[in-house]
Write a protein that binds this ligand. Structure first.
Ligand code: BGC
Length: 242
């Protein structure tokens, strides 16, 4: 299951192939996106699949041991809630929770653009915000929040997320300049061997990735919109996450 600010998505995942089994289900996130109504939607989706096994659930903020710590793009009432306990009260299976970008990164490292990559790999997801996940020799360092580094006095994701491009009607070259500036700031503090760029905009990678001037090699994600769900399932199976 992948919980986002605009949609809640779920599917059964084939972990041998790293692929969704059949069509995924997507239900718009109830507004306001309060915990109880969101748990209700997760319960509906799980019920429609008739699934009773372990379930991986992503959340777009810092997660530690099932508890939510931040809500940059969610209702502030999430902060401090025990999401794992809340979900386990409404669905039959055991829940493994983790940050959405950490899940996407796990999927890319196992099945996608990060497969076989050693060293320090950074995955960035460009969507409503900017999510980050960091891997050292394939092992996840959870809850990095590199979308919130300060760039020119502003929170990084405010200017360089995919939502900023849409909100401000930027062309890809205009937006690429913002991403470049964001990555330039990031590269002052961290020296990855590879950066994987994901989120819906990775489908259009040819329009903006070649315009970046990073010293680090940048490659587009391979799993596109399914990375969160696939990574959630992987986390549930391997009991990775927070
Ligand atoms: C949150 C991250 C999340 C990212 C993508 C950011 O605003 O702080 O935790 O991974 O958005 O959803």
């Amino acid at each position: 299951m992948d919980i986002g600010g605009s949609g809640i998505k779920g599917c059964v995942v084939d972990l041998d192939k790293g692929e969704l089994v059949g069509e995924r289900l997507r239900i718009p996130t109830p507004q306001p996106a309060l915990p109880d109504p969101v748990y209700g939607v997760v319960g509906d989706i799980v019920g429609q699949f008739g699934w009773t096994g372990r379930i991986g659930v992503t959340y777009p903020g810092v997660m530690k041991h099932g508890v939510v710590f931040t809500a940059a793009n969610m209702d502030p009432s999430w902060v401090g809630t025990d999401m794992a306990a809340g979900l386990e009260a409404v669905i039959p299976g055991t829940v493994q929770t983790l940050n959405d970008a950490d899940a996407a990164g796990l999927a890319e490292m196992e099945y996608g653009a990060g497969r076989g990559e050693r060293g320090l790999v950074l995955m960035l997801t460009f969507g409503t915000g900017i999510g980050s996940s960091l891997f050292i020799d394939g092992t996840l360092v959870p809850n990095t929040e590199l979308g919130h580094i300060e760039v020119d006095g502003q929170d990084g994701e405010i200017r360089a997320s995919a939502a900023a491009r849409e909100r401000e009607d930027l062309t890809y070259p205009q937006w690429a300049q913002r991403v470049d500036r964001y990555l330039d700031t990031l590269e002052r503090g961290i020296w990855p061997d590879l950066i994987i760029v994901g989120g819906g905009v990775s489908k259009k990678a040819a329009k903006w990735v070649p315009l970046l001037s990073t010293r680090t090699r940048v490659v587009p994600a391979a799993l596109l919109n399914d990375a969160g769900i696939v990574g959630a399932a992987l986390a549930a199976e391997q009991r990775i996450g927070q």
